[in-house]
Design a binder for this molecule. Sequence first.
Ligand SMILES: C[S@@+](CC[C@H](N)C(=O)[O-])C[C@H]1O[C@@H](n2cnc3c(N)ncnc32)[C@H](O)[C@@H]1O
Length: 225
Amino acid sequence: MIPLNQRLKKVSTYIQGHCLADIGSDHAYLPIYAIESNIIDTAIAGEVIKGPFDASIRNVQDYELSHKIDVRLGDGLTIITPEDHISSVSICGMGGPLIAKILCEGAEKLADKPRLILQSNIQSSAIREQLLKLNYTIVEEELLEEKGHIYEILVADYNKDFESMTNQEIKFGPKLLQNKTSLFYKKWERERDALFKIKRNLNPNVHTERLREIDEDIHSINEVI
Ligand SMILES: C[S@@+](CC[C@H](N)C(=O)[O-])C[C@H]1O[C@@H](n2cnc3c(N)ncnc32)[C@H](O)[C@@H]1O
């Protein structure tokens, strides 16, 4: 069984259906693990950069899974075809704005309404805004800490009935707000400390607008922790 970190193991628990498209797959660790664990039958591993793409091909060959995992070189969701009938899409280990951009640019590739499992390192608010535009509803959200980093996992399913989110929910996560864990407090205390640090280095006579934004951010964090 291929070794997998806790972050991607957690992501694997949310995969649904028979076929996964893992975008930004790097070494194809997640698709290999998901097949070996009988979570899915087949997978597509998408990578935009040649080096990680080659590493994925090598790994898939080493684990003798070339008949089950198709490794494709390309940008975001462009590698998905209608014949794939994917049931889940994972996009992990990237910043929120990049994940949101991939979803926005590839929206038409989500015709089969696959479940989305999105794991961001920063700024998940951009993902939540994009999910709203795509009529996807967040069904699960989770924070996890590994090697000092706090990661967010967002799980979303297509929902034809439009659901809205408040600005606070977009920033902090609707599910995370409903169940504030110690990690939630740790994450936002950390973010607030970082904002205080930036604030100390700004000149009030020059950076008026930036300071106003930071104060608003700090205020919004204070409201939830
Ligand atoms: C930090 S790695 C994360 C790898 C793996 N998903 C994980 O979570 O451990 C991000 C990977 O996404 C790839 N990537 C970035 N933008 C992409 C895009 N638009 N389409 C496909 N892959 C992309 C990068 O080349 C890189 O291999």
